[in-house]
Design a protein around this ligand. Structure first.
Ligand code: URP
Length: 383
């Protein structure tokens, strides 16, 4: 059942009477958000291309001294397009074609910043622990074929693109990283942000391929707002979100690849909590579909060897600083979620709740410094 279920939202809509459903949404998803009136050409194109298209608007109060700062963000989730046994460059090109098709629809919807899923230009093959052919999907962040492809798209659509790829760093001994490339709406590469926390859980054997990132908590001042990228497993680390926010991020993207049994119950909580705790918007994007590999691999749990990683459950969604959130995209289909947000909501929520002002950061900095020393003694009072 879990593999085929379209979404939690569809399930609730099916079983809860319409007059009570509104109350259910209020309790589950916070302040009501506005469905966006997307152009019919976009809906037609999405249905023809077989992907879920949804759009929502987050409101902020009118201010006297600042204009609204409206930005439209697009979150794209997609399946791999070809079997994992096909030639590497053909797999990459097929993914490029699929993304170009979805980005075209994002452009019709007036999207200013788009973000793709983690390692979007490849299958999530790290479960196999095999090096070839998977390491051949790694590309230069600055001038690899996927970055060049994104530069063309960015220029064509006047759109900032966040492109999470497997990076080959030829300057530093051909090392591999898990990296998001940020491409300006002018088509220029603004820079890159590497995954800070590498999982050591389940079949997420990424530590066989690359190390923890070394780019810190960069924030990119784009034409449409200040953005940062907290890649996948980093969402379990509240301090990771926090440091992007401390550097001024107004929107933090969380491109991910995660599967049902492991994390589906955590998925709706962590990024939403981060938006609340840090007075910013968070955009959670998960891969979708089940990927099969030629050779069996084991999970170190005594169970039988297998050829698939499990079901990537999509369900991409956006959370706002006031705790409201959008419904999720499909659990089983490709999708584009368009979210219109007024970035003024970040400061408005901060002024209301004051989490930054009441944060006591010096106290924590001092205590954390002590806690990370080898001779640390936990502050426990005993009778
Ligand atoms: N891609 C990745 O880091 N996945 C780890 C599992 C999770 O964080 O849900």
């Amino acid at each position: 059942m879990a593999g085929e279920l379209e979404s939690l939202e569809k399930l609730l809509e099916k079983h809860i009477p319409p007059d009570e459903l509104r109350e259910v949404w209020r309790l589950l998803y916070g302040k009501e958000i506005r469905p966006l009136d997307l152009p019919s050409c976009a809906s037609q194109a999405a249905s023809k291309a077989g992907f879920d298209l949804q759009g929502y608007g987050f409101e902020a109060a009118q201010e006297q001294t600042r204009r609204p700062r409206i930005v439209r963000v697009g979150l794209i989730q997609n399946k791999i397009q070809l079997p994992t046994t096909d030639p590497v460059t053909e797999q990459i090109s097929a993914l490029h074609r699929r993304i170009a098709e979805i980005v075209e629809v994002a452009a019709m919807c007036g999207v200013n910043i788009v973000c793709f899923q983690e390692a979007w230009s490849m299958p999530f093959a790290f479960c196999t622990r095999e090096k070839l052919p998977w390491t051949e999907f790694a590309e230069s962040a600055e001038d690899g074929m996927t970055t060049k492809f994104c530069q063309e798209l960015a220029k064509k659509h006047n759109m900032v693109i966040v492109s999470p790829i497997l990076e080959r760093d030829s300057v530093h001994g051909d090392t591999i990283w898990n990296t998001a490339v940020i491409i300006s709406n002018t088509g220029a590469v603004m820079g890159k942000s590497r995954k800070n926390h590498i999982p050591r859980v389940g079949d997420f054997n990424e530590s066989t391929y690359y190390m923890e990132g070394n780019t810190g908590h960069r924030v990119f001042q784009t034409a449409f707002g200040r953005i940062a990228v907290n890649i996948c497993y980093g969402r379990h680390h509240p301090l990771n979100w926090f440091m992007y926010s401390m550097n001024g991020a107004e929107i933090i993207f969380n491109p991910s690849a995660t599967i049902g049994e492991l994390s589906e119950s955590l998925w709706p909580i962590e990024a939403r909590n981060a938006a609340i705790a840090n007075h910013c918007f968070t955009c959670s994007i998960n891969r979708v579909g089940t990927e099969h590999f030629e050779n069996e691999f084991t999970s170190g749990d005594g169970k039988k060897a297998h050829r698939d990683f499990g079901h990537f459950y999509g369900s991409s969604y956006v959370s706002a600083p006031d705790g409201s959130r959008s419904p999720g995209l499909s659990r089983v289909r490709d999708g584009l979620l368009v979210a219109e947000m007024d970035l003024n909501l970040c400061r408005q929520t901060s002024d209301k709740w004051n989490f930054k002002m009441t944060g006591r950061y010096e106290m924590y900095a001092d205590e954390l410094t002590k806690a990370t020393q080898p001779d640390f003694k936990p502050n426990i009072v005993r009778e």
